[in-house]
Write a protein that binds this ligand. Structure first.
Ligand code: 4AD
Ligand code: MG
Length: 501
């Protein structure tokens, strides 16, 4: 039999009823004869009032004993109370404890990010992680709905592969029954085969890159969504990416208001990201990097970051000064805020170290080289919504890219850069269709031709213009959440120095 408890998020439909909740103790305040237990069940929080005079002795003892994260069953009547989280409160009639939690390691005092990442299996229970991972769920569902409604076939590309797709420097190699194999960097090539079989397809799966640098944008295991469409050109592909992102953003704004509020996400930039996005050529983007305006923007940013730092430090000092006289619940609030401040100050230190370097590299940027993360960030500062950069020099692009018929120096690639400094979330473009050209490119990139025999067949048997792109799920969620680092957008992040938990 399925358990009979109901979800906290549905409580407003049960006003006046006697119901059962099951979950974990998020917080507890007590006074004589009363416990105010805030219960967490994964769908929301609910304040549950346990009155010694209204419950039996065993229930009272359970509520009295319960520590942070102890697991509980609470029965009681639901009533409206505007002052409470969710505007609802439970008057408890019976309480039962499943397990009394040991002293919980994540306390509302200062924790470094490393400590929190080492305790990721527990950190997932916090309010902020709740918000982020629910937004991830919304983004996943939007993507499936978007493509399914448009007649795309979802396909699963192999994870074990025999070749590189996106350059050989980030391959995870393994031994496969005595020969080398790799974890896939992208499902695109197999996606192309499926597009020739089904017209329009999309992959939704894990991809792997041995990223040897620590950045806030790189995971070694991340989820990519790769649509591939027969008979689409570069323009059509840019339009599809724009429509897909608009859909993701508008669904998140509609379905994740509570989550966005928990994250204190400024929603204005998201609202502006529904619609059409400016198209910017690579060459125009290079001009932006060299512009006077970019230099001014970086200097302004340094000044405003210094101000933010000073304000946060002052807030922390004020918290410390008030601590002695603060009530217990006020102390918790100060402690919780101190964690946020510490995390932010950490990032600010990094930003202040980086900004002068970013400016220098933008000013010295050479046409013909690839944008770095900081270049993308600076370019996005000039726009108030996502932009699509297209037509890159082919030298630093993948072997499969089609050349621009108007300018042979360029490849028909495109990247969508998310605003507010987030940078690339989508990369894609039109594919080369000519067999000889493609064979020459594979050789030029030092890739083993025999591994691509099947791929070349796609250009032998009914080759057609086609195009597609890859959307990085974690980078997209990072942007929608408005958070700094993508490690929080996946339940268990894998990076250069993290394989635990
Ligand atoms: O630009 P990329 O390398 O493109 C491809 O892999 C193409 N084969 C896609 C295609 O045309 N079908 O990667 C696509 C996206 C990036 O824009 C970024 O959002 C994400 O994948 N990405 C990463 N996300 C997290 N960590 C990493 N190490 C990532 N590398 C790429
Ligand atoms: Mg890319």
């Amino acid at each position: 039999m399925k358990p009979d408890h109901i979800a906290i998020e549905t409580l407003s439909k049960h006003l006046g009823e006697e119901v059962t909740l099951r979950g974990w103790l998020y917080n507890k305040r007590s006074s004589k004869g009363l416990h105010f237990v805030v219960l967490r069940d994964g769908t929301g929080l609910c304040q549950c009032v346990v009155n010694e005079e209204q419950v039996d002795a065993a229930s009272w003892e359970a509520a009295s004993e319960a520590t942070q994260e102890s697991s509980l069953e609470l029965k009681g009547t639901i009533r409206a109370d505007e002052r409470q989280v969710g505007g609802i409160e439970m008057q408890v009639t019976a309480a039962k404890m499943y397990q009394k939690a040991e002293e919980y390691p994540i306390t509302p005092k200062e924790h470094g990010v490393d400590f929190l990442m080492n305790n990721r299996h527990l950190w997932l229970r916090s309010r902020r992680q709740w918000a982020i991972l629910r937004i991830r769920n919304s983004v996943v569902m939007s993507i499936h709905n978007f493509f399914q409604e448009r007649g795309f076939l979802q396909m699963d590309a192999p994870i074990l592969t025999g070749t590189a797709v996106e350059g050989t420097s980030t391959l995870f190699e393994m031994e496969y029954f005595g020969r080398p194999a790799y974890l896939t960097q992208s499902g695109q090539l197999h996606g192309e085969a499926m597009a020739m079989a089904f017209g329009k397809i999309y992959t939704f799966g894990p991809t792997f890159r041995a990223e040897k640098s620590k950045t806030r944008r790189h995971l070694t295991e991340f989820w990519m969504i790769e649509p591939e469409m027969a008979f689409y050109d570069l323009e059509a592909t840019m339009e599809l990416a724009e429509e897909m992102l608009s859909r993701i953003v508008s669904d998140a704004l509609r379905d994740c208001q509570t989550e966005l509020e928990v994250l204190e996400r400024d929603q204005e930039p998201l609202r502006r990201s529904i619609g059409t996005y400016p198209r910017v050529t690579y060459s125009e983007a290079v001009d932006i990097l060299h512009s006077r305006k970019t230099a001014d923007m970086v200097r302004d940013k340094i000044a405003s970051t210094e101000e933010e730092k000073a304000a946060l430090e002052a807030e922390r000092e004020a918290g410390k000064a008030a601590y002695g006289q603060a009530k217990k619940w006020e102390k918790r609030k100060i402690d919780a805020r101190e964690i946020e401040i510490a995390v932010r100050l950490n990032d600010i230190e990094e930003e202040l170290r980086n900004l002068p370097k970013w400016l220098e590299s933008a000013q010295n940027f050479e046409w013909g080289t690839d944008f770095g993360g900081s270049d993308e960030t600076l370019i996005t500062w000039h726009f108030d919504r996502p932009i699509i950069v297209h037509r890159f020099p082919h030298e630093f692009k993948a072997f499969y890219m089609k050349r621009d018929p108007e300018d042979d120096r360029l490849a028909l690639g495109m990247d969508v850069l998310a605003p507010e400094g987030y940078g690339e979330i989508v990369g894609g473009g039109e594919r080369a269709t000519d067999l000889e050209f493609l064979q020459a490119q594979v050789r030029k990139h030092g890739l083993p031709e025999e591994a691509f025999t099947w791929y070349f067949d796609l250009r032998r048997y009914g080759s057609v213009p086609h195009a597609g792109y890859g959307l990085g799920l974690e980078r997209t969620v990072t942007w929608i959440c408005g958070i700094h680092h993508l490690r929080e957008t996946i339940p268990f992040a894998r990076t250069l120095d993290r394989l635990y938990p």
